[in-house]
Ligand binder design. Structure first.
Ligand code: 3HC
Length: 282
């Protein structure tokens, strides 16, 4: 099936990136946020990213206008009824995702494909609340979405061949490299990345070095673009905590257990770059 229009649920860090990438790739996109204020913030982020691309000479203003014209926003889920593909990018919370899918399932025609951008929650737990388990798939993007090349395509036992192929094709149309993964908690990247990020906090807690030196160690010693503590702030400490809790619940392995410092920072509202403070202050 051909995907022409995309609906995105959530215009936060990941949602806004997915909207931007989809519109740049020629899709008509409608994004839903829970309030006009969140919507304005998310759409504002996209506009300023495009503005930067024009200022750097990577895009002309006609192209910028063309891309922006493909994007619309709403606070009403019912406005996504005409979309061929709906990508969910809401908070990493099972009940919230299930509630969203249940509502959309009643609104959208049977052929609309539902895709979750969850970082860790398996598809079958989400698909089960819908009447379209064959048209449910995972499309896990990476932050910043317009820049990172990877998409994990997660195939549940119930995902049909057509749905899986449409998801792979969508990823390629967005000039991403899709990799396939079975429907398991954390998929490929977060299964490996989460223990690494948590270990970096454990190293900081243990006082082995300063945050700056831990980050410099991994950047210059291993060629990573960001150190693990910078990356934690970039992804959001609350998001990493939610992922760790879901993974620990599933695997009961110590490497997924959230360190005390992570819990404390999140409790204090220090969630990283988005709040102005996390491991570092911005
Ligand atoms: N949106 C769009 N474009 C962005 C952007 C954003 N949020 N942030 C940076 N860019 C663009 C810049 O405009 C620039 O484009 P240009 O080459 O056309 O000028 C390019 O990316 C490079 O940006 P900068 O020069 O500002 O900065 P860097 O060279 O330091 O790169 C980075 C920034 C791409 C974020 C790089 O530091 C990096 O790759 N960091 C690691 C990110 C990572 O690991 N992400 C995965 C996180 S895990 C995840 O998302 C999974 C989830 O489930 C938790």
């Amino acid at each position: 099936m051909e995907i022409k229009s995309v609906g995105v649920i959530g215009c936060g860090l990941m949602g806004s990136g997915i909207v931007q990438m989809s519109a740049i790739s020629g899709f008509d996109v409608i994004v839903r946020e829970i309030s006009e204020q969140y919507l304005a913030t998310g759409l504002g982020k996209i506009s300023s990213q495009l503005e930067k691309a024009v200022a750097k000479g990577r895009m002309d203003s006609a192209k910028q206008e063309e891309i922006l014209a493909r994007i619309s926003g709403t606070t009403d889920l019912a406005d996504l009824a005409e979309c061929d593909l709906i990508i969910e990018a809401v908070t990493e919370n099972v009940e919230l995702k299930q509630e969203t899918w249940k509502t959309l399932d009643a609104i959208c025609p049977a052929n609309t494909i539902f895709a979750s951008n969850t970082s860790s929650i398996p598809m079958h737990i989400q698909a089960v609340v819908t009447n379209r388990q064959d048209r449910f798939v995972g499309l896990h993007f990476f932050n910043p979405v317009p820049v990172m090349k990877l998409v994990e395509v997660i195939r549940a036992a119930t995902t049909s061949d057509d749905t899986y192929e449409a998801a792979m094709q969508f990823a390629r149309s967005c000039r991403k490299v899709p990799v396939s993964c079975i429907d398991t908690v954390g998929f490929i990247v977060n299964r490996l990345l989460t223990p690494y990020l948590l270990d970096a906090i454990r190293a900081l807690e243990a006082g082995i070095a300063t945050a700056e030196d831990i980050d410099t160690g991994m950047k210059l010693g291993c060629g990573h673009p960001m150190g693990p503590l910078e990356l934690l702030d970039f992804v959001g400490l609350d998001t990493v905590l939610a992922i760790a809790e879901i993974m620990y619940e599933e695997f009961k392995l110590p490497q997924y257990e959230a360190p005390e410092m992570l819990r404390r920072l999140v409790k204090e509202g220090k969630t990283g770059r988005k709040s102005g403070t996390g491991i570092y202050t911005y």
